[in-house]
Design a protein around this ligand. Structure first.
Ligand SMILES: [Zn+2]
Length: 259
């Protein structure tokens, strides 16, 4: 299968740490990231309420690519209607971390998971719409308003995004819709398998488990403590026996030699 080529850019200043390698080294059979992120400045002043940038303004600010299928730019400025992603002309997408950065960090998810999720979402949309990204002004129906932990959740309430940042899914309804839109079972299977790798870090998973089940966590740590102390005392006994035996052997040798 020919992979979708995606170029990435950072639009303006990102006031938080972002692990670009986590994205550029991500292995996928659905898409390939072409080159590293490129940085672009925002030259124009905001043109919507709340210091946001409209689609038409961003279409002028973002680069037009010719050596990839899709361009996705990440930014921190607010975008039209305070969405977190907007589809622009010429197969370009703008992803805004404004608000999202705080929502994602507060829930201890890796900040990069949002972009990974969006890479799968828009790769499938690109195929579904005949190798193009439809504009926001087009009548589309690839999202659902209720939140299912699916990469096609609408997330009208921005904070709902966290439900699709740890092992997101393609729900059964979306799978059926994709089949009707002639997306092959192979592509759906690849995407479903790969999005399971979008996960929360292990440390925070353990921390979440402790918060959710404090008594069970206490019991586990109690029994683990007992098992560890049993193992430690067994090792200690074995070591003492070993050294005593060694000393005895040494003494016997010395006695034989003095006789
Ligand atoms: Zn769905």
């Amino acid at each position: 299968m020919k992979r979708i080529k995606i170029k990435l850019g950072i639009i303006g200043f990102l006031p938080f740490a972002f692990n670009r390698k986590k994205i550029t080294k991500w292995k996928s059979n659905l898409f390939e990231i072409v080159d590293d992120f490129k940085k672009y400045h925002i030259n124009a002043k905001s043109d919507t309420v709340n210091w946001g940038y409209s689609d038409s303004l961003l279409e002028k600010e973002l680069p037009i690519i010719s050596d990839a299928d899709i361009f996705i730019g990440i930014t921190y400025v607010p975008i039209e209607h305070n969405y977190y992603a907007r589809r622009l002309n010429k197969n370009r997408v703008i992803l805004s971390y404004n608000d999202m950065e705080e929502i994602i960090s507060n829930k201890k998810f890796p900040i990069e998971n949002l972009l990974l999720r969006v890479l799968y979402e828009y790769s499938i949309i690109y195929l579904r719409y005949g190798n193009r990204i439809p504009l926001c002004t087009e009548d589309t129906n690839f999202t659902h308003d209720d939140t299912r932990g699916c990469i096609f959740d609408m997330n009208g309430t921005l904070s709902d995004i966290v439900f699709s940042l740890h092992k997101p899914v393609i729900c059964d309804v979306c799978r059926d819709n994709l089949r009707q839109e002639n997306i092959s079972d192979n592509i759906i299977k690849i995407a479903k398998k790969e999005i399971k790798r979008i996960k929360k870090d292990r440390y925070y998973k353990i921390s979440d488990f402790i918060k959710k089940k404090p008594i069970l966590s206490l019991l586990i740590s109690f029994f683990v403590g007992i098992i560890l102390s049993i193992i430690a005392s067994s090792i200690y006994d074995y070591a003492i026996k070993y050294f005593i035996e060694k000393l005895k052997v040494k003494e016997n040798i010395e006695k034989v030699e003095t006789k």
